[in-house]
Write a protein that binds this ligand. Structure first.
Ligand SMILES: Nc1ncnc2c1ncn2[C@@H]1O[C@H](COP(=O)(O)OP(=O)(O)O)[C@@H](O)[C@H]1O
Ligand SMILES: [Mg+2]
Length: 267
């Protein structure tokens, strides 16, 4: 079973410590969320995991193999795929062609790239847009195209950077189901996302970054009950209601803990 381990990773940009000795893991068969206020270091950590950013210190392991120095393109061969916060599809190609390009990239592993492409279009619900130019579709749809492109290489580890922004409420619900399906296929799904309702519903484990530091890890219920998390997100400070952390980022609102019954409906 796939396992990602990030150990003591630090990334410094000049005087800015974007990630500070972060240690976390993600397992196949699970949805793992990475959350935190803007600038917390989430994208930087994704860049380290995919090889776009060399860490100042620390190591990244995939199934126990140290991949810290492995180039990005070779990580794709090891089964790591990602989507970007900024969209990366080829605008002048159709949605179908964009997915096909990715499926062709691992032709040796895929018996039938055209079939893989068709299956993904159906599974992700992109039929309506298959023949539209990628730069003509709504942002939410473009994010799903990114997801299809990532899935086309049949990744073991899938990293999604804010994939649901631009999706409607109904689309987000369907997207949550898709995340669970991807995990049920045995993939390790790691997601950075601002939609806390979605995160609390679909995640098995949540890691919380605040100003580069991993301040909590646990189940959705554990993380929501964690005083350090409540302080970072809600400005709560133990028994002192007035002593609000000046660095707190109240932009994200934590919903009440999802009940077992509710989360059960996602499987
Ligand atoms: N290439 C870079 N050069 C300098 N500083 C950067 C660079 N990338 C990110 N940072 C800084 O690192 C911190 C973390 O950024 P980022 O990982 O994008 O956060 P998040 O994705 O959680 O919003 C921020 O302070 C950001 O300004
Ligand atoms: Mg980011």
């Amino acid at each position: 079973m796939t396992r990602l381990d990030v150990r003591d990773v630090t990334v410094r940009f000049g005087g800015v410590t974007a990630v500070n000795a972060a240690t976390l893991s993600a397992d196949g068969g699970q949805v793992t969320a990475l959350i935190g206020p803007n600038g917390a270091g989430k994208t930087t950590l994704f860049n380290v995991i995919t090889g776009l950013q060399k860490p100042t210190a620390g190591r990244v392991f995939l199934n126990g193999d140290d991949i810290t120095q492995t180039p990005t393109h070779r990580r794709a061969r090891h089964g790591i795929a990602r989507t970007f916060q900024r969209l990366e599809a080829f605008g002048s190609l159709t949605v179908e062609e964009n997915i096909r390009v990715a499926a062709d990239a691992i032709r040796s592993k895929n018996a039938r790239p055209s079939r893989v492409t068709g299956d993904l279009i159906r599974r992700i619900g992109l039929e309506r847009y298959a023949h539209a130019r990628a730069d003509s579709v709504p942002t939410g749809v473009a994010r799903l195209v990114e997801l299809a492109r990532a899935l086309a290489i049949d990744p073991k580890l899938l990293l999604l950077d804010e994939p649901s922004s631009g999706l409607s409420e109904t689309e987000t619900e369907a997207f949550g189901k898709l995340l669970r399906d991807m995990a049920a296929q045995g993939r390790a799904v790691v997601i950075v996302e601002h939609d806390m309702t979605l995160i609390m519903r679909v995640s098995d484990r949540i890691h919380v970054l605040d100003r580069g530091v991993l301040i909590a890890s646990g189940t959705p219920a554990e993380v929501q009950a964690d005083p350090a998390v409540r302080k970072a997100y809600l400005g709560e400070d133990g028994d002192s209601a007035v002593d609000v952390d000046e660095h707190s980022s109240p932009t994200l609102v934590m919903p009440e803990a999802t009940t077992e019954a509710e989360s059960g409906s996602w499987f």
